[in-house]
Write a protein that binds this ligand. Structure first.
Ligand SMILES: Nc1ncnc2c1ncn2[C@@H]1O[C@H](COP(=O)(O)OP(=O)(O)OP(=O)(O)O)[C@@H](O)[C@H]1O
Ligand SMILES: [Mg+2]
Length: 460
């Protein structure tokens, strides 16, 4: 909650300018996962680079080669026309047609004079049509007609001579750099191979980060770390993994130390209390000592509950429990105390929690409610990533300014209210401890039923 508030405050302090707005717009649209982002970092430059290369290649190389080829074909045709004009007799022309076919790979026919057919519509994008027309205009300077589209492998050129029409068929590949697509295929092919390699490599790099995330998440929820967790991957990730393991060990050591100290203190105090009680019994046995004995009893039960808590909490492992069964059992205990307890459970029934600790958490909250109220409802919901349990009652509630204090160990409101003298004031402290050790928390608020609402939220 605090973090959302602080973000909002930050936002209000610096209203968004153009750049900031663009950054926000941009970050909202790009994928959030590291894997996808890393892939984009590889793919975008690759596509850009290839587009530039392809463009420059088309522009320069392809056009130049086509132009040279067209120029050569046109030159051959121009030479043929020259020869036809120079040797007009039939046999010489037949010989020329043969030479053109065998040596120049052009199939030439001389047809009687006539009109050229109307020009064909120009294809939308044809570098061949364009360059060939330019070359013929430049080198031959006679009326002509060309067809580069009709038959895909052959280009037809008709040229109007003085008293005949020259009809030439050339192979398309003679005039056109036609295998450019092979270059593009190679380019796309290699980049696909590169992409596959990149994906494999990225997976290997990202998996250790995912493992670390999982380990940190389950530790945060108080669960055991996955057994196979070992720092792996790139140096930085490995260092983060090692740092995480060290931190976890330090925290565990600290908890152990705290638990050991608390149980030591409780144990020592209990010994003294026992001695105290014995001495009291020896001194005398009058009614004036009753109050004193009662105090000793209270202290002893306080110490007992703390000792069992300190012991139990440290050792228990997470297990799978049925939410409905647990809640029903706690509700049944509450009914024995004379309250009217109703229960609703929604969502997935299996929960991963420390069984005894979770049971104690629920029992503490429900027994509090049953002690102070007659009507109690328990509403448990296990949806998405959170398990939420709300316990409402119609009792006196807790004033708002005391809602933080009641979580302190040994803090009770009942003394002031003078109601019920059992209880050590540890209940809510333990509840909060258990909730937090599962990675969640507990909050108190006003209930719609008139009393207190205690709400527990645990990540599952
Ligand atoms: N549902 C409730 N309605 C009203 N007051 C409550 C409720 N739950 C807790 N309180 C108040 O908060 C105080 C602290 O509760 P907590 O459970 O920590 O201690 P306790 O119930 O007095 O003792 P213990 O739970 O250890 O037997 C209680 O003394 C009680 O006054
Ligand atoms: Mg209590």
């Amino acid at each position: 909650m605090a973090s959302i508030d602080s973000i909002r405050r930050e936002y209000e302090r610096y209203p968004p300018n153009g750049l900031r707005r663009f950054t926000r717009w941009f970050t909202k649209r790009i994928p959030t996962r590291l894997y996808a982002r890393a892939l984009l970092i590889i793919i975008i430059p690759m596509v850009l680079l290839q587009s530039v290369i392809a463009f420059v290649f088309m522009e320069r190389h392809w056009q130049t080669v086509t132009q040279r080829l067209s120029m050569a074909v046109t030159r051959d045709i121009a030479a043929t026309i020259d020869l036809i004009n120079t040797f007009p007799d039939k046999t010489a022309q037949d010989e020329m047609i043969r030479i053109a076919r065998e040596r120049l790979d052009l199939s030439v026919a001389i047809e009687p004079a006539g009109d050229l057919p109307p020009p064909r519509p120009k294809p939308f994008f044809s570098i061949l049509d364009q360059t060939l027309s330019e070359e013929i205009t430049r080198q031959i300077r006679l009326p002509f007609w060309i067809d580069t589209v009709g038959n895909s492998n052959i280009v037809e050129i008709r040229i109007k001579l003085e008293n005949s029409i020259l009809r030439v068929f050339a192979k398309r590949s003679q005039a056109y750099a036609s295998n450019t697509h092979i270059f593009l295929l190679w380019m796309v092919g290699t980049s696909l191979v590169l992409l596959v390699i990149a994906i494999l490599f990225l997976r290997g790099q990202i998996r250790p980060i995912l493992h670390l995330t999982q380990a940190a998440e389950s530790f945060g929820k108080g669960q055991r770390m996955p057994d196979d967790f070992r720092p792996r991957g790139a140096d930085e990730v490995r260092r983060a993994g090692v740092a995480f393991i060290k931190m976890r060990e330090r925290i565990e050591r600290q908890i152990e130390q705290r638990t050991a100290m608390l149980s030591g203190v409780s144990h020592d105090l209990r010994t003294i209390l026992t001695r105290f009680r014995l001495q009291l019994a020896l001194v005398s046995d009058g009614p004036e000592l009753d109050a004193l004995n009662k105090d000793i009893d209270d202290m002893q039960s306080m110490l007992d509950s703390y000792l069992s808590f300190a012991r139990g909490e440290a050792e228990e492992d997470v297990g799978v429990m049925s939410l409905k069964t647990t809640v029903e059992k706690v509700a049944a205990d509450g009914r024995l105390r004379g309250a009217n307890v109703s229960v609703t459970v929604e969502g997935d029934d299996d929960i991963n929690v420390r069984p005894n600790a979770f049971d104690r958490l629920l029992t503490n909250l429900v027994s509090n409610a049953c002690r102070h109220a007659d009507e109690v409802t328990i509403h448990a919901q296990n949806r998405g990533k959170w398990l939420t349990i709300a316990i409402d009652d119609d009792g006196p509630g807790i004033p708002e300014d005391a809602r933080e204090d009641v979580f302190r160990p040994f803090y009770r409101l009942d003394e002031a209210r003078n109601q019920d003298e059992t209880g050590s004031g540890l209940g809510l402290a333990i509840v909060r401890d258990i909730a937090r050790s599962h990675g969640g928390d507990v909050t108190l608020s006003d209930s719609a039923m008139g009393g207190l609402r205690a709400q527990v939220r645990l990540p599952v």
